[in-house]
Design a protein around this ligand. Structure first.
Ligand code: SF4
Length: 386
């Protein structure tokens, strides 16, 4: 069977090389070709012995899922839709800013958590992505952007696992993918520039702290269990008190870090100043709160099935003021890519139609937008207030 080399972290690739009867150090060369140079053909790998290249041609491939569509927003945000087979598609979104380029990556096709405000959750769960399908999103995006921005320098400086899916419910593929992102022979991203966002899978937060303590973002969205049970059903299994304790333990593995609490602002559901005060009490609780944290308030992106409404800017500002006055660092996320449905919660909103896959795929193909030559560094000047 042909191995897809995008499925391996460096250790896995070394084991694969050994199986081919090659020295382990060959894996480092191969790994650099794949991830630092974006090679997809073994003939490009000029410093590998011809005999090894021939062996690789018969036993391995470097294969990302095909691109179904590419959408470019007027603010420079780019969304790619990857066909992962069986009628499933997942999205990756590149968000250019003045001082960084962030890629939002998916970990599952669909999601089983079913948060009320999330269009991905409403589409149900299909399957976990493989390591290769996760890392392909970065591999493709980074080398596509370098090519079209005509640069050999790194374009993507930050990765957030905030696309489709709950990453901690696909832990066995997530960790090797994170290792590839961090590896100096691949993307060399610093631990603090790779963020895993979770709805609160407590046991896996603990494991991540031990295995690969990258930056952690927690989708909180409510100050108490009664409301959070409704908005994030996983809360019934891992209530807020347990989640807070897991955050405290995580910080022990990631000293000098902080937890980012994400809070989707839902009109007259979770956005009252009294609820902000309740949050302050929760976070500041002696022996049970999370001292090192910041809040990111996220404007809700409405979709018909949710029955929810975006909070007004006044309500968001009043909510933020309560948190800030209590000394909690609070940011309000600027929406990006609205014209291409690339904002949080809209990922693949138009994709998951199990009843008519061919129609869906042909519809997606028709939305190929501007030619790639129009991706210019100009888009990177659009800073957000994140
Ligand atoms: S917000 Fe995240 S965890 Fe919740 S349903 Fe959406 S993708 Fe899943």
């Amino acid at each position: 069977m042909t191995a897809n080399l995008l499925d391996y972290d460096l250790e896995g690739l070394a084991a694969f090389c050994e199986r081919l009867g090659e020295k382990r150090f060959r894996a480092t060369q191969l790994f650099r070709w794949i991830h630092q140079k974006g090679a997809s053909q073994f003939d490009e790998m000029s410093d590998l012995a011809k005999s090894l290249r021939e062996k690789l041609k018969t036993s391995a491939a470097i294969k990302a899922p095909p691109i179904l569509a590419q959408h470019i927003s007027s603010d420079g945000t780019i969304k790619w839709l990857f066909d992962v087979g069986g009628g499933d598609a997942v999205e990756a979104v590149f968000i250019p800013e003045e001082d960084r380029g962030t890629l939002c990556v998916s970990s599952q096709a669909g999601c089983a958590v079913n948060c009320r405000f999330c269009s991905t959750g409403h589409q149900g769960f299909s399957r976990n992505l493989t390591v290769g399908e996760i890392i392909s999103q970065l591999w493709f995006a980074e080398h596509f952007l370098r090519k079209h921005l005509k640069t050999s320098e790194r374009v993507i400086s930050n990765v957030v696992m905030m696309g489709m899916g709950e990453p901690l419910q696909n832990y066995t593929a997530l960790v090797p993918a994170l290792r590839v992102m961090l590896d100096d022979h691949a993307y060399g991203l610093s631990r603090r520039r790779v963020t895993v966002s979770t709805s609160g899978v407590v046991p896996m937060i603990d494991r991540l702290g031990q295995d690969c303590p990258v930056a952690l973002a927690v989708s909180l969205h409510a100050p108490n269990d009664a409301l959070r049970n409704d908005l994030v059903p996983l809360n019934r299994k891992y209530p807020i008190a347990e989640l807070m304790q897991a955050c405290r333990r995580y910080l022990a593995f990631a000293p000098r870090d902080f937890i980012t609490f994400e809070y989707c602002m839902l009109n007259e559901v979770n956005d009252a100043p009294e609820q902000a005060t309740e949050l302050v009490k929760l976070i500041r609780q002696e022996g049970a709160g999370v001292a090192w944290c910041k809040f990111n308030l996220i404007p809700f992106n409405p979709f018909p099935a949710s029955g929810l409404i975006r909070s007004s800017q006044d309500r968001v500002l009043a909510f933020a003021r309560v948190l800030s006055d209590a000394g909690i660092v609070t940011t309000i996320r600027k929406t990006r890519g609205d014209d291409i449905d690339a904002a949080c919660g809209q990922l693949a909103g138009d994709v998951k139609d199990r009843t008519d896959v061919q129609k869906r795929i042909s519809r997606q193909r028709t939305v190929m937008l501007k030619p790639v030559s129009e991706i210019t560094p100009r888009g990177r000047e659009n800073a957000s207030n994140d």
